[in-house]
Design a protein around this ligand. Structure first.
Ligand code: LRH
Ligand code: MN
Length: 424
């Protein structure tokens, strides 16, 4: 579904005066406001193809209707998000949920919607109907070499799909682990997994990256074979320079200091990217910044500091992806809120007075250090993010346009109220 351009312009015109007042107010205090705005304009967040329908849990799923019935409609939905916020310029596919039957057609449709293909995701955590061997007891860790080979072949097949679409990275998340003490030999599981990842790594095109995503628990509840950042760093260090660690914010044990993990992975040159979401308990996959916005700010603070220390390109040198599941919100509204939260937090991190912070740290002036961070976190940067959207052809308030244009109602009319998208 596309929204006519004149409707977007009408919306911006109706809010222009109020926006200009707020923008002028905050811009007055920023040295290089155009430089900051350009960073926001360049910063693109990849939307997961598996999060365009209503998510669910083992207790139930409550689809809201109008969900995309195929990859084409998923691309159109992300295209609509991108037309509104101009910050969602990429899609991350999950195979086999989103096999591009006709790759050149899919690539052309994505280009029409201003979308690139970010990391491809393999899936060896479910058994497919036509699958020969089961992943019940794991995939790359499996005691049976034939099961490990099946998992390796699947990942190599996913790379092939990605090559056809112009993707340049593969995310490997392994649900492998154990549910009971004694079930698994941890050392053999690690070595089987490393050996399997090395076979996939060997098949990677030169310019590709492999992201090894860790997770503390679920679906295994005693051990996970890629269970934390240390284990993922061990794998990626042994694999080689094309292998990096992927940080999914919901994959940590309670109270983990994720910003410290991010700072150290960045320092080691082994941070590949993110799956942004938020959580209060487990891998809740909630809207970004909806539960712990200050933690997200502290993570972006380490990202900006660490990337600038290595002279990295903020927009392109790391993988910025959302990984969320929408149980009670309209999936597209949830994604608009998540992208907004990421852009707001990135803008706040860009406002941190790095020079004064370093001085305070060198003087062990703990109070001033906190004041400098919270000065940025307590700055309302929404007018900056809105101005960046305006300058890149988007709208001042994406959510209100989505609602005022009754997008969900139109999608339900077009697709029906019972359609369920592939994904989690
Ligand atoms: C695992 C995970 C992984 C995806 C899946 C959809 O919890 O975060 O990134 O493959 O969600
Ligand atoms: Mn994830």
């Amino acid at each position: 579904m596309q929204i006519e351009k004149y409707k977007l312009e009408e919306h911006n015109h109706s809010l222009q005066k109020e926006h200009q007042r707020k923008f002028d107010f905050i811009a007055a205090d920023i040295k290089d406001v155009n430089g900051l705005l350009q960073k926001l304009i360049d910063f693109q967040v990849a939307i997961p193809s598996w999060a365009l329908g209503t998510g669910g849990t083992r207790f139930g799923r409550f689809p809201g209707g109008g969900e995309p019935r195929n990859l084409e409609e998923k691309i159109e939905d992300i295209g609509l998000l991108h037309a509104l916020n101009r910050s969602s310029g990429a899609i991350s596919l999950h195979i086999p949920w989103d096999i591009p039957e006709n790759a050149s057609h899919i690539k052309a449709l994505a280009a029409q919607n201003g979308l690139k293909f970010d990391a491809m995701n393999s899936n060896t955590f479910q058994d497919q109907p036509d699958q020969e061997l089961s992943y019940k007891y794991g995939s790359m860790q499996h005691v049976d070499k034939a099961v490990r080979k099946q998992a390796v072949d699947h990942n190599i097949e996913v790379v092939k799909y990605g090559l056809e679409l112009g993707s340049e990275s593969l995310t490997v998340w392994l649900s492998d682990g154990s549910c009971f003490p004694g079930q698994l030999n941890f050392r053999k599981a690690f070595q089987n997994t490393l050996e399997s990842l090395q076979e996939v790594y060997a098949a990677l095109p030169d310019h590709w990256k492999m992201f090894v995503e860790y997770k503390a628990f679920e679906p295994n509840f005693y051990s996970t074979t890629v269970g934390d950042w240390g284990q993922s760093l061990l794998y990626t260090s042994k694999l080689g320079k094309k292998a990096y660690t992927l940080v999914d914010l919901g994959h940590h044990l309670p109270n983990a200091n994720i910003e410290q993990i991010v700072a150290l992975l960045l320092m080691e040159g082994k941070l590949g990217g993110f799956h942004f979401n938020d959580s209060k308990y487990g891998d809740d996959d909630l809207t970004v910044g909806s539960i712990k916005p200050y933690q997200l700010f502290l993570i972006f603070n380490e990202l900006v500091e660490g990337m600038d220390a290595k002279d990295m390109n903020h927009a392109t040198d790391l993988g910025w992806m959302i990984d969320a599941s929408h149980n009670v919100k309209d999936p597209l509204e949830d994604l608009l809120q998540s992208v907004e939260a990421i852009m707001i937090t990135y803008a706040q991190a860009l406002l941190v007075d790095r020079k004064r912070l370093a001085e305070a740290q060198n003087n062990n002036d703990v109070v001033t250090a906190q004041e400098i961070l919270q000065q940025a976190f307590r700055t309302d940067v929404r007018a900056l993010v809105a101005e960046a959207r305006l300058r890149s052809g988007g709208v001042l308030n994406p959510l209100s346009v989505y609602r005022s244009e009754k997008v969900r109602e139109s999608l339900i009319k077009q697709r029906g109220s019972k359609t369920v998208a592939t994904g989690l």
